[in-house]
Design a protein. Structure first.
Length: 85
């Protein structure tokens, strides 16, 4: 059963235009999307200095995060899912 779940995680997903502006055009697996998201966050210094679990969105990420300026890592995963199909 675990194998099946893993293959779903690795399945290339279609990426919304807003998310593609941050991670590049898809399709790509969810794991790759998350990896590229972190590259973007680190490159632009968007991880909160005081609370490392929070991400401070720039204009591109605000579109992905539904207009929110700050989200937690856990919330980020949920919000990014809305941009994958």
């Amino acid at each position: 059963m675990a194998e099946k779940k893993n293959s779903a995680f690795m399945k290339p997903m279609t990426i919304s235009g807003d998310l593609a502006a941050v991670v590049g055009a898809g399709p790509m697996p969810r794991s790759e999307v998350v990896k590229k998201l972190w590259v973007y966050i680190k490159k632009h210094g968007l991880q909160d200095a005081k609370n490392k679990r929070n991400i401070n969105a720039d204009e591109n990420l605000k579109k992905v995060f539904g207009g929110k300026g700050t989200v937690s890592m856990f919330e980020m995963t949920k919000l990014v899912s809305k941009h994958l199909s």
